[in-house]
Design a protein around this ligand. Structure first.
Ligand SMILES: *[C@@H]1O[C@H](CO)[C@@H](O)[C@H](O)[C@H]1NC(C)=O
Ligand SMILES: *[C@@H]1O[C@H](CO)[C@@H](O)[C@H](O)[C@H]1NC(C)=O
Ligand SMILES: *[C@@H]1O[C@H](CO)[C@@H](O)[C@H](O)[C@H]1NC(C)=O
Ligand SMILES: *[C@@H]1O[C@H](CO)[C@@H](O)[C@H](O)[C@H]1NC(C)=O
Ligand SMILES: *[C@@H]1O[C@H](CO)[C@@H](O)[C@H](O)[C@H]1NC(C)=O
Ligand SMILES: *[C@@H]1O[C@H](CO)[C@@H](O)[C@H](O)[C@H]1NC(C)=O
Ligand SMILES: *[C@@H]1O[C@H](CO)[C@@H](O)[C@H](O)[C@H]1NC(C)=O
Ligand SMILES: *[C@@H]1O[C@H](CO)[C@@H](O)[C@H](O)[C@H]1NC(C)=O
Ligand SMILES: *[C@@H]1O[C@H](CO)[C@@H](O)[C@H](O)[C@H]1NC(C)=O
Length: 460
């Protein structure tokens, strides 16, 4: 298997900052996001020349923004599968930072740009030429931001725009382009898996026709401008469901051998042989306990544990609680201060599940040595998975080979049409304690509420 074939899968993520766009979704300040210095390629120079940009709202940028034209409309052939060809398209549009990831109006800027470039092509009377949207990102830096779910969402947002305008789309990790090869070392970065693959004809773009993997799913079959060009909270991301499933399922399938089968009799090994669980519960804690989340925010909070109990069959052999590492040193900075509380809540969940599923192994799955692609694969490969108000688990839930349950509303705004189309994806409406209520009622109340069956408890 060559590494480029492995690269095959696809896609993901969005900036947490994009949440700022939805009035009712509170965004946690992401100062990191605004200050990361990005390596970017100055395309008019040699590919080796990297410049560093420190920019308020950009993490990548390209000096060359003009549409490149070459006399030969055919992309250069890819000679070796382990090589990342820098393809010259007859008409390539480099997605710029301010147009990427649904970030603060980015989607509408991206749509306007594609429209403009398409118009230019038509004016040149070359209706025969396809536009290719080209995205190149420093995949390690994207990884280091720890906003995997948000970037994933934003990535599919860009594909959605391409789908609406019926243009091609190509994505590569900057690292691979510079090295002129795809390195397995970068497998630990989610975006490495989302790079464009060579198709049968050796092209590395995703052709407009690929979007019709199954174009009978939604109405209209191709997303309208109204659906495709909006921001977080509104954009019709469900149109990308088939792409996301294809990409993420391919990733999970490739990574499956890195997990060991969970035989009851086998002891959990101390080496890094991670075991898959039959049930994967993604449990978001950390920043949702922040005191700065306003009362009006309906998105963040905790789901009453009975929501899991009611849906997990009694005969499952193992349940894994997929959560962030609970050691302060391994957690995201925005989660760190809440680590002791999260530990208590996760512990409560473990004991609750052990009580109600006495014959089932219940484990916390948060080994920092597990890569993000592996963590997402856990959810995709599980027979049952749960996703509650987190962008991290939304696309894995969508790509799941098993049955997945997604808490309705908030970040899952685009899941209603998805749950209607796929018979293994269900929206759920469990009792939910909002972040502001957690703060108001206190930690002891919250712990008691989580294991109760009532919507409200008397305050003691
Ligand atoms: C890119 O290269 C051109 C030509 O060498 C130069 O004029 C320009 O300043 C460079 N852009 C950046 C962002 O360094
Ligand atoms: C476009 O090309 C067609 C045929 O190739 C030609 O008949 C037509 O006049 C051209 N239009 C313009 C605006 O150049
Ligand atoms: C593109 O142009 C070539 C000749 O230049 C022609 O054979 C081909 O049919 C055209 N394709 C489309 C889709 O117009
Ligand atoms: C990339 O690798 C291919 C095949 O090994 C080679 O033909 C090509 O010249 C290389 N490109 C650059 C920019 O080094
Ligand atoms: C993208 O690939 C398809 C083949 O899958 C090809 O027909 C199309 O011309 C390519 N796009 C560009 C801009 O080269
Ligand atoms: C599209 O998806 C629907 C629902 O899953 C299925 O019934 C239909 O056969 C699919 N069509 C194609 C062309 O794959
Ligand atoms: C899912 O269920 C099947 C059939 O019961 C079982 O063989 C498989 O091991 C289960 N998957 C996981 C990840 O436990
Ligand atoms: C587990 O229980 C479900 C019903 O709750 C049943 O459909 C399934 O076949 C059972 N699986 C096994 C392996 O017994
Ligand atoms: C929470 O409960 C613990 C014992 O379970 C008790 O020691 C502590 O004082 C309680 N905290 C509050 C704020 O009531």
């Amino acid at each position: 298997m060559t590494s480029l074939k492995i690269v095959g899968c696809v896609v993901l993520v969005l900036l947490l900052g994009t949440l700022l766009e939805i009035a009712h979704l509170h965004a946690f300040a992401d100062h990191q996001l605004l200050s990361v210095v990005s390596e970017v390629e100055n395309r008019s120079n040699s590919p080796q020349e990297i410049v560093s940009l420190s920019s308020q709202d950009s993490f990548f940028d390209y000096s060359s923004t003009a549409v490149e034209r070459s006399d030969d409309p055919t992309p250069s052939r890819q000679d070796s599968a382990s090589t990342v060809p820098i393809i010259k398209y007859s008409s390539t549009v480099h997605i710029r930072s301010k147009e990427a990831f649904l970030w603060k109006g980015a989607q509408s800027r991206l749509c306007k740009r594609i429209k403009r470039e398409k118009q230019k092509l038509e004016n040149r009377n070359s209706t025969n030429t396809t536009l290719n949207l080209y995205l190149e990102l420093p995949c390690k830096q994207i990884h280091d931001r720890n906003q995997h779910g948000n970037f994933l969402m934003g990535f599919y947002g860009m594909k959605l725009a391409a789908m609406h305008f019926q243009v091609d789309f190509t994505f590569h990790c900057h690292e691979d382009v510079v090295a002129n090869r795809s390195s397995d070392r970068n497998k630990k970065y989610l975006f490495w898996w989302l790079q464009s693959l060579p198709n049968k004809r050796g092209f590395l773009n995703e052709s407009a026709t690929d979007y019709g993997i199954n174009n009978t799913l939604y109405r209209p079959p191709i997303p309208s401008k109204e659906g495709a060009c909006k921001g977080v909270g509104k954009v019709a991301l469900h149109y990308t469901s088939e792409l996301a499933r294809r990409d993420l399922r391919a990733m999970a399938t490739m990574l499956k051998p890195s997990f060991k089968r969970n035989h009851e009799t086998m002891k959990e090994s101390r080496s890094h042989t991670f075991r898959l669980d039959e049930v994967a519960i993604h449990f978001r804690c950390g920043d949702i306990l922040s005191k700065s989340i306003p009362k009006s925010d309906n998105n963040y909070g905790l789901l009453q544990f009975r929501a899991y109990r009611d849906r997990i069959p009694a005969n499952v052999t193992s349940i894994g609680i997929v959560t962030a590492p609970l050691a302060a040193s391994d957690s995201r900075s925005q989660d760190r201060v809440h680590t002791p509380m999260c530990r208590a809540i996760v512990d409560k969940l473990v004991r609750y599940l052990r009580l109600h599923f006495p014959r089932t192994k219940v484990k916390v799955r948060n080994d920092p040595k597990e890569s993000i692609p592996q963590v997402m694969s856990r959810m995709i490969l599980a027979n049952y998975s749960f996703c509650v108000r987190s962008t991290f688990c939304l696309f894995p839930a969508l790509a799941s080979f098993g049955t997945s349950y997604v808490q309705a509303g908030g970040l899952a705004w685009f899941f209603e049409p998805i749950s209607e189309v796929y018979d293994n994806i269900f929206l759920m409406q469990g009792n939910f304690l909002k972040s502001a209520e957690i703060n108001e009622k206190g930690f002891n109340y919250t712990l008691e509420w989580l294991v109760s069956e009532k919507k409200k408890l008397p305050l003691v």
